[in-house]
Design a protein around this ligand. Structure first.
Ligand code: SAH
Length: 274
């Protein structure tokens, strides 16, 4: 057994049930090229390899890379890249490996200390979405973050992250994975989520503006939107606009659906241009 290192947020998954849920959610087949971030000792990697056309794994830990190369290096459909996923230019690196270019899916139990940045690198941002979106992204992450990603409007977990992620992808909560499914057990429970990138039905006319608005709108928690956005628009005018959009003027940021956020952004942007 390879001893996990805390610096790289290493927690080995050991639950057969959780592995099964991840694999089922990813529904991989032989035409898929899959990206795995943080293969660790390869528990998920070993299950993916027999079913996918190609598997690209990015692992930061040199010792684990040696181990994986020794154990799985012979597999024709396996490419292991040693490095920090957040730093590497994946498509540039893959230019050297034609059989592994343009992965279409992501399947991973990721390091939890960098969940936000990983999701942002995979999806891009509202104003700069990934130009080559993945077909699907199945991740094992902290339950608390999963709850925020899939939160419904009006719930406490709904926040800027909810808007940013669901603007870019359909988000599904697949299942909860208890802390004891890992060695060593993390402090928190985990969950499997599936993100399916797609354009939202209503598009932001000015994505950069929407991004700023969302940030401002959630800047002070539990505050009414018209108060949080006072720097952008005068309160009384804001009340009118919210009413016009069929939104309760006393709403807080978390009360608006993602679509309502986009409509509000479009409306306010138009006013600021007028
Ligand atoms: N997928 C494995 C390991 C999960 S632990 C399992 O399910 O058992 C997280 C893994 O991500 C570890 O192997 C860790 O070394 C790796 N890791 C941490 N930071 C990383 C980074 N920035 N880039 C790539 N891999 C990273």
């Amino acid at each position: 057994m390879v001893q996990p290192r805390r610096v790289h947020a290493q927690h080995w998954l050991k639950s057969e049930q959780a592995l099964g849920s991840i694999l089922e959610a990813a529904a991989c087949h032989e035409n898929d090229r899959v990206l795995e971030i943080g293969p660790g000792t390869g528990i998920l990697t070993r299950r993916l390899l027999p079913v996918v056309g190609g598997l690209i794994a990015v692992e930061i830990d040199r010792d684990l890379c040696k181990l994986l190369t020794k154990q799985l290096g012979e597999r024709q459909n396996f490419l292991l890249l040693q490095g920090d996923f957040l730093e590497i230019d994946l498509s540039f690196l893959l230019n050297n490996f034609p059989a592994f270019q343009n992965p279409n899916k992501v399947v991973a139990n990721i390091p939890y200390n960098i969940t936000g940045p990983i999701i942002e690198k995979l999806l891009g941002t509202i104003s700069n979405p990934n130009p080559q979106p993945y077909e699907s992204i199945v991740l094992l992450i902290q339950k608390e973050v999963a709850d925020r990603i899939v939160a419904k409007a009006g719930s406490r977990a709904f926040g800027a992250l909810t808007v940013r992620v669901s603007y870019l992808a359909r988000c599904e909560y697949i299942c909860t994975v208890p802390a004891k499914a890992f060695y060593p057990a993390p402090k928190v429970d985990s969950a499997v989520v599936r993100l399916t990138p797609r354009p939202l039905e209503v598009a932001a006319n000015d994505p950069k503006y929407l991004e700023t608005l969302v940030k401002l709108g959630f800047s002070a928690k539990r505050k009414m939107l018209r108060n949080n956005l006072q720097t952008v628009i005068e309160r009384d005018r804001m009340t009118q606009i919210l009413e016009q959009l069929d939104i309760n003027p006393q709403s807080r940021g978390e009360d608006l659906s993602v679509e309502q956020w986009v409509r509000l952004g479009n409306e306010l942007k138009e006013l600021s241009n007028a």
